[in-house]
Design a protein around this ligand. Structure first.
Ligand code: GCU
Length: 342
């Protein structure tokens, strides 16, 4: 981690000068702003591809004045470190799972609540609407400006031994993200949560340090976790969107025209990603079936019942106000309002 931290610090330090327009940073670029965007996903992941689209759009629309350099694969740190680096203005951007922001604000816990969204359509109606836009800025006082959300589908368990219901998860060591919410969720199902960084999970699964994990299909596929944990059960316990965050200080350092370019480029990237997600997900499932992965569609009721207790701790808090508002959001006419995506 030392090495990674130093690498990240170096990137940020050089670029501090850039935001003031004093110098250019990275690869001899003549851009006014060179902004770094590290994240943990692999380059064949649809969210990474959308980030590339975002960077291309920004560069083109700004005629090369703004350059975004993407560092994939967790080479500059795990998600907690990457968020901290934006929060303390070392890096300009990162893309993380919203659950990671819970160390910065309690409001981030909303998106990690089990079975909160009725469907992908319901989630997007919320994210694109008033609530989602409000919550983009949930950690603004920590210097984290939310730029946009990306689809991260529904998360389900995958294991080395077949699981069909919570009864099979009893006592099983399951990897979770650095998130108290995810820890509680896994505990409520009787399993034993283990916090492990995303990039270290393949080895942990392979060596049996954990018996399983939980994630969406593209992450399961692009990490090749399916090769060492070939049972995937579609319990779809949570839909946690990904979020692109930017240092609020750097945002304020941009002209309104530059800010507009970033917002418009993000809109294009989100639309691109949502389409890509559906398409690639289908292809990936096909490939994994071929490779021998067993997909199970369980009765979700026992999962829903077991995880309900998580809501209790938020009674009378702001989080519950949001939950009530989210539940009232209706999907647009003609769209499905139940889980059918995965
Ligand atoms: C998803 C998400 C990542 C996150 C990962 C994880 O793949 O897109 O941002 O790091 O889950 O479980 O750690």
């Amino acid at each position: 981690m030392w090495r990674k931290a130093i690498g990240s610090m170096a990137v940020g330090t050089v670029c501090l000068a850039v935001i003031g327009g004093l110098a250019s940073c990275g690869g001899g670029s003549t851009a006014e702003h060179v902004l770094h965007l590290p994240h943990v996903l692999n380059t064949d992941h649809p969210v990474h591809k959308a980030l590339v689209k975002f960077a291309d759009e920004v560069e083109e629309r700004s005629e090369g004045e703004m350059v975004i350099k993407i560092h994939p694969g967790g080479t500059l740190g795990n998600e907690q470190e990457l968020v901290d680096n934006v929060s303390n203005d070392t890096d300009a951007f990162t893309k993380v799972s919203t659950t990671i922001l819970e160390t910065k604000t309690d409001l981030a816990k909303i998106y990690s609540l089990p079975y909160l969204f009725r469907s992908s359509e319901h989630m997007w109606q919320v994210l694109k609407g008033e609530i989602g836009q409000e919550l983009l800025n949930m950690a603004i006082d920590q210097n984290l400006k939310g730029i946009c959300y990306f689809d991260a589908g529904a998360r389900s368990f995958y294991t080395k031994k077949k699981v069909t219901g919570p009864k099979d998860l009893q006592g099983m060591k399951i990897r979770v993200q650095k998130s108290v919410m995810m820890q509680k969720l896994v505990e409520s199902l009787g399993a034993s949560p283990q916090q492990i960084a995303f990039s270290e999970l393949y080895t942990a699964l392979d060596s049996g340090v954990v018996a399983g994990a939980e994630n969406n299909i593209p992450s399961y596929y692009t990490t090749q976790h399916y090769k060492v944990a070939p049972y995937y059960v579609f319990d779809e316990h949570v839909r946690i969107p990904d979020i692109l965050v930017m240092s609020a200080k750097r945002w304020r350092g941009l002209t309104s025209e530059e800010q507009k370019i970033i917002e418009e480029a993000a809109d294009v990237a989100v639309e691109y990603q949502r389409e890509l997600w559906q398409k690639e997900r289908r292809q990936q499932m096909k490939a994994m079936r071929k490779a021998g992965v067993t997909f199970t569609r369980p009765d979700k009721k026992p999962f829903i019942e077991a995880t309900k207790s998580i809501y209790k701790q938020f009674e009378g808090e702001d989080v519950m106000d949001y939950v009530e508002r989210i539940r009232k959001v209706k999907v647009e006419k003609g769209q499905a309002d139940e889980t059918k995506e995965e």
